[in-house]
Design a protein around this ligand. Structure first.
Ligand code: ADP
Ligand code: MG
Length: 392
């Protein structure tokens, strides 16, 4: 794949597919601008090189046009951060964006409205792609977070543009994730938590040979414990995944890899902010209780298990960290990884895990915090990403 700096951008209309999917409140205020900041190097570079820039992104999952999910506040934020004229196109599929894009001057930028306002985006519609391609000279994909999605702006559009490549954000993602995927320094620990259990079991499956330790928390852990016959009270266990977990345990054991599972939990009768949480004394969960986080003994064991590793890849929080009382396991995992020597290569992939790291202001302590959840998992499993397929 070519990079944006392989092209002569001067005077060219450059379409940049960014990931500007940020949380916005009812008054139209951007609540967390991380993604906008991460998109800036590519946008700035294009502007500095004399390009006429068209920036496009999705925001949330609107059902058709819903101004609650307009990208207008994002365009405002961009004009605040960039010292250039920013235009905004209210419709993706009208003559307006084309007319504006065609009349753009250097040092001007147009932001398209939320791509998902048009059903053709998620349907990967070729006609919509062609209509945009008409006014685009160079296509740049810099939206790593959605590269696993077969959507128009990622998949169909680059088919119809001759000059195409990736931006700096994706370039950096690939550099870091390649180190995990290709030649991780050993010992290599895979830390897994969160939900989406079948996806994550598949990740372990694909990494059985590379990894030395697999450390498990979150909803993931109960599937393994269930497979071992541990009593889990009212904790929700994905029934379809238990057999898969059992096979995986056997494979890990046969290959001499160590699997770490919680030896105690934080449990509650009901998941709610005010519920009284307590720690179990062992791996079983009492009847009428639900496990919501790893317990204190487990936190200590996991910290110790990480103390000698050279590479860590972490995906998925250790508990329901959105509720502060159930966030200790996740916080402790962040601290344990952050405390490792600086030559340890540590990568976080996963939207929620990354959010936790940003919330605790600990991102600087990791080698890399990936902007892609599903995309980073797909990439390190060597699956072809829809957003890369039509780029070479
Ligand atoms: P990521 O986005 O980092 O890949 P996931 O999306 O897989 O992570 O999982 C994050 C979600 O998993 C969080 O919303 C969290 O509340 C939930 N979760 C974590 N631990 C548990 C648990 N023990 N029980 C239920 N849900 C959990
Ligand atoms: Mg998530």
């Amino acid at each position: 794949m070519l990079n944006i700096d392989d092209f002569n951008l001067d005077g060219q209309r450059v379409f940049i597919r960014s990931d500007l999917n940020v949380p916005i409140d009812d008054s139209g205020k951007v609540l967390d601008a991380h993604r906008i900041h991460q998109a800036l190097p590519t946008i700035r570079y294009a502007l500095e090189r004399g390009a006429k820039v068209i920036v496009a992104s999705h925001l949330a999952r609107p059902d058709g046009v819903d101004l609650k999910y307009s990208l207008m506040p994002v365009a405002d934020k961009l004009s605040e951060l960039l010292d250039v004229d920013v235009f905004f196109a209210e419709e993706v599929l009208s003559c307006a964006p084309e007319a504006i894009a065609r009349s753009l001057k250097q040092n001007q930028l147009i932001v398209l409205e939320n791509l998902r306002f048009h059903s053709g985006e998620m349907e990967n519609d070729s006609e919509l792609a062609k209509s945009i391609a008409q006014y685009v000279d160079i296509y740049i994909n810099d939206a790593f977070g959605v590269c696993h999605r077969e959507h128009m702006s990622l998949s169909a559009l680059p088919k119809y543009v001759e000059k195409k490549g990736i931006g700096f954000l994706i370039k950096k993602e690939i550099e870091y994730l390649d180190k995990i995927k290709k030649e991780p320094a050993h010992p290599f620990a895979l830390v897994l938590g969160g939900g989406k259990v079948p996806d994550k079991l598949a990740l372990v499956e694909s990494m059985v040979d590379k990894v030395d330790k697999v450390i498990v928390g979150g909803a993931m852990a109960y599937v393994f414990l269930k497979a071992q016959g541990v009593k889990l009270g009212d904790t929700k266990v994905y029934p379809g995944a238990v057999g898969m977990a059992r096979d995986l345990m056997d494979r890990l054991e046969a290959k001499g890899k160590t699997l770490y599972l919680p030896v105690d939990h934080v449990v509650v009768p009901k998941i709610q902010k005010t519920a009284q949480a307590f720690n179990t004394l062992g791996e079983s969960v009492p009847t009428s209780h639900i496990a919501v986080d790893i317990g204190p003994q487990t936190r200590a064991i996991y910290k110790d298990a990480l103390s000698k590793v050279k590479t860590v890849f972490w995906n998925g929080p250790m508990g329901i960290f959105e509720i502060p009382e159930y966030a200790r396991g996740t916080k402790s995992m962040i601290d344990s990884i952050a405390a490792l020597p600086t030559d340890v290569f540590s990568v976080i992939g996963g939207g929620d895990s990354a959010r936790a790291v940003f919330e605790y202001k600990m991102a600087d302590h990791f080698s890399h915090v990936s902007t892609g959840g599903g995309a980073s998992l797909a990439y390190i499993q060597d699956r072809t990403l829809a957003g890369f397929k039509n780029l070479n």
